[in-house]
Design a protein around this ligand. Structure first.
Ligand code: 13P
Ligand code: SF4
Length: 305
């Protein structure tokens, strides 16, 4: 079967089986082509909360499929590849945080959406890269414990200086690989290019950037900018999608190491197996977890707008 034939079969089967395909922007172009919606973590959560299909296939990583299930417990939610997790989401669990909470009396606990649903049950609100600044600014509480991404926490703290934001050591092992040296090297090689980075990058990288935003925020900026050349500081797929969509502009990697193996686990053949009903993993969550995490995610959607 060719790629085109497989895509046609996927499109036919998803319609026949009442399946909506949600794809994170880090997925390959061949998967984005068959998706009903492509977006960043925030966009995917909002889309999941209002989608009318009986089954949702999440092409991304586990915490995204869990968020989908929490928002639509009556639906069948399938994760495109059972092993596609997010190492950041596995860095802290509920018990770790419960144990340190007495050290942060009167602090609101804000978690990045890249966390398990179980951990979300003890957090006040969750945020995504595109909504974190807006949500934290809108919160009533001044004292905040932000988990698990220390880089995103520092970025938000700089943008919202009126809040007292504390954080723990954690974050994305891929984005953390990029350093000031990568920035200097890329800028020296492409002096005309604007630097666009994800807030999961280290502060030294974020501070050197011309734009800081989510995966789709970076894409929107590149699309709308008058500039012709860009250095992209996030997962390599974003550069590939941008170069495909905007062939008249030039895109350069900040670092070629920035490939997320978990996001890359899902292949078009996995998507095909999922729509046939033979692949992926059906997400099941206990009612207690759904209820607890729902409160945290609903608060994100309420404050995020
Ligand atoms: P976005 O919210 O920007 O899609 O980020 C998700 C993610 O995992 C980035 O590494
Ligand atoms: Fe998780 Fe980093 Fe991969 Fe995003 S890029 S899914 S934060 S490991």
């Amino acid at each position: 079967m060719t790629v085109y034939e497989m895509q046609q079969e996927i499109l036919r089967l998803k319609k026949e089986n009442d399946i909506c395909i949600l794809a994170h922007a880090y997925q390959g172009q061949e998967i984005l082509d068959v998706a009903d919606y492509v977006g960043d973590s925030y966009g995917l959560s909002v889309q999941a909360s209002k989608d009318p299909h009986g089954t949702v296939l999440m092409c991304g990583v586990r915490f995204m499929a869990e968020t989908c299930k929490v928002l639509s417990p009556e639906k069948k939610v399938i994760l495109s590849h059972p092993e596609a997790g997010c190492p950041m989401a596995d860095q802290m669990d509920k018990e770790d945080i419960e144990a340190i909470l007495p050290n942060y009396p009167d602090h609101a606990v804000v978690c990045y959406v890249n966390t398990t649903s179980r951990l979300k049950t003890i957090c006040d609100v969750c945020v995504t890269s595109s909504s974190a600044v807006k949500i934290i600014r809108a919160m009533e509480q001044k004292d905040i414990l932000f988990i698990p991404d220390q880089n995103l926490a520092q970025y938000v703290a700089e943008q919202v200086p009126e809040k007292n934001i504390k954080f723990l050591r954690g974050g994305c092992p891929r984005h953390a690989l990029m350093t000031k040296r990568d920035v200097e090297r890329a800028k020296a090689a492409h002096p005309e290019a604007l630097l666009l980075v994800h807030p999961e990058c280290r502060p030294e990288v974020v501070q050197a950037a011309d734009y800081v935003g989510s995966t789709t925020g970076i894409m929107k900026f590149a699309r709308e900018s008058e500039a012709k050349e860009f250095i992209i500081g996030t997962e390599t797929s974003i550069l590939e999608h941008l170069q495909f969509e905007l062939p008249e502009k030039r895109f350069h990697y900040l670092s070629k190491d920035l490939m997320c193996p978990n996001m890359k686990m899902t292949t078009l053949a996995d998507v095909y197996s999922c729509v046939k009903g033979t692949g992926g993993e059906i997400i099941e969550l206990e009612q207690e977890i759904i209820d607890g995490a729902r409160r945290c995610i609903d608060e994100m959607i309420r404050l995020g707008g």
